[in-house]
Design a protein around this ligand. Structure first.
Ligand code: SIN
Length: 312
């Protein structure tokens, strides 16, 4: 049976549902080019701010037995760099480009989106409401009123389709509250679930030290540790926002987890920690594993099982 991993969504076509999570292999143009040349189905940039940022002091990333912890602090080249990249990007290759935006303030985010609107490029913004790693700056996605105020302003300045990257939520009341906020914006085309589980602390017993330096060791947890939380968020937002797309992110290390995300309702799936550790060959491997799993189950397309998770 010929397996078809292609996805059509938001007017975009992707040959594979897999692409990078913002933050991994996407700060510099050469990394973005390597992603575009890989088996990834799309490419997303590092979250950009108005001005370039060096990010937090090192060590700011550590691999863990089942994932990673990071407090990168939004190191990026500034939004002009990514908009230049988006201007040069070869959209004809059939790999959509997403530009992640994470202003240091609402005004910064609006300035960046205003410029994106003016340029009218075929890329789509993913507005990051959930970076846990800038000291003193709370995650917007945990403040429902602030999220609504920002989205009100975004849709005034940015008339085209966009998405948001959400932090993980842990209570059905909060799924409801955020879904109620998001539902009000018809041009919100997708929600990415989830960013890292923020402000975790990993301890090195021998050295009696936190593993990373910023924020006294607090950082975002990613990889297999976060898979169940990511799946819950994907399923809960897919249920609450049936006319929007959910982008699954968190804990994908093989075709099985990609399958789980799609079974929970994800349209496409981002890969973070695994890509960081393995490099872009992960896209080919995971796509092959996903195809093999689908073949063994008799599913030819992703639509055949997307959102079909049952309960025993
Ligand atoms: C970072 O740069 O600190 C990570 C970005 C994020 O988690 O949104």
């Amino acid at each position: 049976m010929e397996i078809d991993l292609s996805v059509s969504w938001l007017g975009l076509s992707m040959a594979s549902p897999l692409f990078n999570a913002s933050g991994v292999m996407c700060r510099h143009a050469d990394e973005l080019d390597r992603l575009a040349a890989s088996c990834a189905g799309a490419v997303i940039t590092k979250s950009c701010t108005l001005e370039p940022r060096a990010g937090n002091p090192e060590p700011r990333y550590a691999a863990l037995p089942f994932g990673s912890i990071n407090s990168m602090g939004l190191p990026n080249e500034g939004f002009r760099y990514y908009l230049d990249y988006a201007r040069r990007y070869d959209y004809g290759r059939g790999k959509p480009l997403f530009v992640s935006v994470s202003g240091m303030s609402a005004d910064e985010t609006l300035t960046i989106l205003g410029e994106l609107a003016r340029l009218d490029l075929p890329c789509l913004p993913e507005v990051n409401l959930s970076c846990p790693n800038v000291p003193g700056k709370p995650q917007t996605g945990y403040d429902f009123a602030a999220s609504a105020a920002l989205l009100d302003a975004i849709v005034r300045i940015y008339p085209k389709t966009f998405g948001v990257k959400l932090p993980p939520y842990f209570d059905p009341v909060h799924f409801d509250m955020m879904a109620d906020v998001l539902r009000a914006y018809p041009t919100l085309g997708f929600v990415t679930c989830i960013n890292s589980i923020g402000n975790a602390l990993v301890v090195d017993v021998e050295r009696e030290l936190a593993l990373i330096r910023p924020k006294d060791g607090l950082g975002g947890l990613g990889g297999s540790y976060v898979l169940p939380t990511a799946l819950a968020n994907v399923r809960e937002f897919a249920r609450r926002l049936p006319d929007r797309h959910v982008v699954g992110c968190g804990g994908v290390t093989s075709g099985a987890e990609a399958f789980m995300h799609i079974l929970c309702g994800a349209t496409v799936v981002q890969i973070g920690t695994c890509l960081y550790e393995e490099g872009p060959g992960a896209f080919e491997r995971i796509a092959a594993e996903l195809s093999a799993l689908m073949r063994s189950k008799g599913y030819r397309t992703l639509d055949a099982f997307r959102g079909r998770l049952g309960t025993p």
